[in-house]
Design a protein around this ligand. Structure first.
Ligand SMILES: [Zn+2]
Length: 434
């Protein structure tokens, strides 16, 4: 909205990358952070933003978002998805390749980048397909896509099922310097599965999705990768056993990272029964049990899980307002992420705000190789991507708070604490609640 100079005054400035955590002002001009320090004077014509009581952080980065363009613009577009992003404090989102057609070649990379340039409110970087058309048969052209701007590779929505293809993918992706991001699902175990395999699925007589379907793929991939050493990232981890596998791999020095979503930290399979089969509780991977949540939190606390991602998955109403069996998987997450992570991780004493911010800024920046662009950090001379969070503001999640095209979230009506009040992308205040 405004490209003029900004002065963010009096906030608690947190930059996990440099360890900065102090009360200070942040002066921004011409898209760049000019100075961080106490008592700065506003440039003439500067807009002054009062950030007292707020956290002033590097712009948040979501490494796992579905923007649905091209192919399913009824659910979301780059324009509406980035509106959701900045409403939630994200200045960078990495979009998954399961569009129609898939993001599996350099032309598609150019398409996403140019649409984002024209219609986006924040930075958008594509995570591109591992296999052509995401069919899991033939490797896509990693080098071409990496050169065009792909920031990572995944067949997300589907797992790279073939071990042979996976081995070649790890070698090819390693040569690009990017990360392989796996949607871990052994599909031979999840046919007809619509929820976690456990007591509840048995009682409800719904197809069960066992934890092992996730764990086996991680085990396999870590083993395949041992002699290759590609950066390997577990997307949307849901199972206690998975945490243990990643913990062990990291202890061995394997280049393995993992991410967790808000819903897998806050909801269990019991919600499906309690809500009378509300399809907003249908996720891939599925919501599991309290023991899994405890293990995921422990994984966050001890640094096994280092990245937070929303897996923002917009769906048009007609694909959710159907019987549970046939409904789409997934929920939107960009607008509600900060409050829900604060609820799951900070209020519960798992981690503090600076670590939460690290897991939403510098950690995903490292994963997606965005450090060289200065993203995920806040420092003088760097790009002015800044998020302002009021950690004590209470609010209720309502459809009107959701800026994206789709409203599919089970958190409607939930009272939460912690709200993004300002989002600045490249020096422009693109969202302000003050
Ligand atoms: Zn996925």
């Amino acid at each position: 909205m405004s490209a003029s100079a900004l002065l963010i005054r009096g906030g608690r400035v947190i930059d996990p990358a440099s360890g900065l955590d102090r009360l200070a002002d942040v002066a921004i001009d011409d898209g760049v952070v000019r100075e961080i320090g106490p008592g700065l004077t506003a440039l003439p014509a500067s807009r002054v933003i009062d950030a007292q009581g707020c956290l002033v952080t590097p712009g948040l980065i979501d490494p796992h978002v579905h923007l649905r363009e091209p192919g399913n613009e009824r659910a979301e577009t780059i324009a509406t998805g980035t509106a959701a992003a900045v409403a939630g404090g994200f200045t960078t989102v990495c979009c998954m390749p399961n569009t129609q057609p898939a993001l599996d070649n350099d032309t598609m990379v150019h398409f996403v980048l140019s649409r984002a340039e024209k219609t986006g409110l924040c930075r958008v970087f594509p995570v591109c397909a591992v296999s052509k058309a995401r069919h899991g048969v033939e490797l896509a052209e990693m080098q071409l896509m990496a050169r065009a701007g792909a920031v990572g590779f995944s067949d997300d929505g589907d797992c790279v099922a073939s071990a042979g293809l996976m081995r070649r993918a790890l070698a090819a992706i390693k040569a690009t310097g990017k990360a392989m991001m796996q949607h871990c699902q052994e599909a031979s175990m999840t046919g007809g599965a619509v929820m976690h395999a456990g007591v509840v699925s048995t009682r409800l007589d719904l197809g069960g999705w066992p934890r092992e379907a996730e764990e086996l793929i991680i085990e396999r991939d870590v083993r395949l990768n041992r002699g290759i050493g590609c950066a390997y990232h577990v997307q949307h981890m849901s199972s206690a056993g998975s945490v243990e596998i990643v913990r062990r791999a990291r202890a061995e020095g394997q280049p393995v990272t993992a991410e967790v979503t808000p819903h897998h930290l806050l909801l269990t399979d019991q919600e499906i029964e309690r809500s009378g089969f509300d399809t907003h509780f249908k996720m891939n991977p599925p919501l599991r049990e309290a023991g899994d949540i405890a293990a995921l939190k422990k994984g966050v606390a001890d640094g096994t899980i280092t990245v937070l991602g929303t897996d923002h998955a917009p769906h048009a109403p007609e694909t959710k307002q159907v019987p549970f069996d046939t409904a789409s998987f997934g929920i939107v997450g960009l607008e509600t992420a900060v409050a829900l992570y604060a609820l799951a991780l900070v209020e519960d004493g798992v981690i503090d705000w600076p670590r939460l911010i690290a897991m939403m800024t510098i950690e995903p920046s490292r994963l997606c190789r965005l450090e060289a662009m200065g993203l995920g950090m806040l420092r003088a001379g760097g790009p002015a991507d800044v998020t302002i969070i009021d950690p004590s503001e209470r609010w209720t999640i309502r459809p009107a708070n959701l800026a994206g095209q789709s409203r599919n979230t089970p958190f409607i009506g939930r009272e939460v604490k912690g709200r993004v009040v300002g989002t600045i992308v490249a020096g422009k205040l693109v969202m302000s609640r003050r």
